[in-house]
Write a protein that binds this ligand. Structure first.
Ligand code: FAD
Ligand code: FES
Length: 273
């Protein structure tokens, strides 16, 4: 069993959980994730390791409530335990001294870019973090990202905080200003990652995206997380989750993510009752 030692509401619908998982914490690297199952009847879901404390033996996950399992996890409190937690899974991010790295996080993706931004900064990069939210009350971790970035830009769709618009507007502005950018790393909704890829493509800037395909076992055996990258079939759990964003078949990813939509809604409604 994996005990929750700290729970915090970061914004409406987004919770942070610090969980005792000493072996995972010891081996976790930026870009990796865990697959967890709340209880015996629970579904397995993948979540990024947003932070880890090898000494303290804990990992931190930040979870957005979108369906049955994530809503159910939202009811867990300090001292509650999670039945299974497998990890660290996936290939770690490629960290190097690239020069100027722009980290783009959308919504809960802001938590997911944190460990990568931190490692990129430690590797000597100039790190610019662009954090996108729908509105001001959903903003979280601006301060935490500021600790590991040279520049932080916040965007809100409705203009209630920071720059009005999407993360791509802020990124486009950097290109318009003639800023030298060596790598863009994006994590967030598929529509955002696709838009970032289309924006950087004509500039020839290497762009990495962390794909949130549906995963079940997380170890390359079930095929649920199949994605097409550069015309080749890849399993996001073992070949990724990070891939060259210019080569990803985004439309296929969207289709596969919506494949079980009706069943997921039924499952959520049943659980709410
Ligand atoms: P459901 O109602 O079952 O599904 C809602 C939507 O979530 C679906 O339409 C589908 O698009 C997606 N989804 C459903 N089941 C899965 C599954 N088993 N695997 C992946 N996606 C699924 N979310 C976070 O909030 N924080 C994170 O740090 C985070 N990291 C992720 C890392 C990876 C590598 C991947 C692949 C996904 C990550 N996600 C993260 C997404 C998270 O796994 C889904 O939101 C969650 O599985 C939804 O489950 P649910 O039962 O609450 O919702
Ligand atoms: Fe089963 Fe990737 S989740 S193969």
């Amino acid at each position: 069993m994996f005990r929750i030692v700290h729970k915090e509401k970061l914004s409406p619908g987004i919770n942070l959980f610090e969980i005792e998982a000493p072996r995972v914490a010891r081996h976790a690297k930026p870009g990796q994730f865990v697959v967890l199952r709340l209880h015996e009847k629970g579904e397995r879901i993948p979540l990024t390791i947003a932070d880890s404390d090898a000494g303290g033996g804990t990992i931190t996950i930040v979870v957005q409530e979108v369906g049955k399992t994530t809503y159910e996890l939202g009811t867990y409190e300090n001292g509650d335990s999670i039945l299974d937690l497998l990890g660290p899974l996936g290939r770690p991010s490629h960290i190097d001294n690239f020069g100027t790295v722009v980290m783009v996080g959308g919504g809960v993706g802001v938590a997911e870019i944190y460990p990568v931004a931190k490692a990129m900064k430690e590797a000597g990069n100039h790190v610019i973090s662009i954090l996108g939210f729908r509105t001001k009350k959903l903003v979280f971790w601006e301060d935490k990202l500021a600790e590991v970035s040279d520049e932080v830009i916040v965007t809100t769709n409705d203009g209630s905080y920071g720059i009005e618009g999407f993360t791509t507007h802020a990124l486009a502005k950097l290109f318009d200003e003639g800023r030298k950018i060596d790598l863009v790393h994006a994590v967030g909704p598929v529509v955002m990652m696709k838009a970032v890829a289309e924006l950087t493509r004509p500039h020839g800037v290497r762009t990495v995206a962390s794909l949130n395909s549906i995963m079940v076992d997380g170890t390359g055996m079930c095929g649920a997380c199949r994605v097409t990258v550069g015309g080749e079939i890849k399993f996001a759990c073992v070949d990724g989750p990070e891939f060259d964003a210019h080569l990803v078949d985004w439309d296929e990813l969207v289709k596969r993510l919506n494949y079980y939509r009706d069943l997921e809604l039924i499952s959520l409604e049943k659980w709410k009752r």
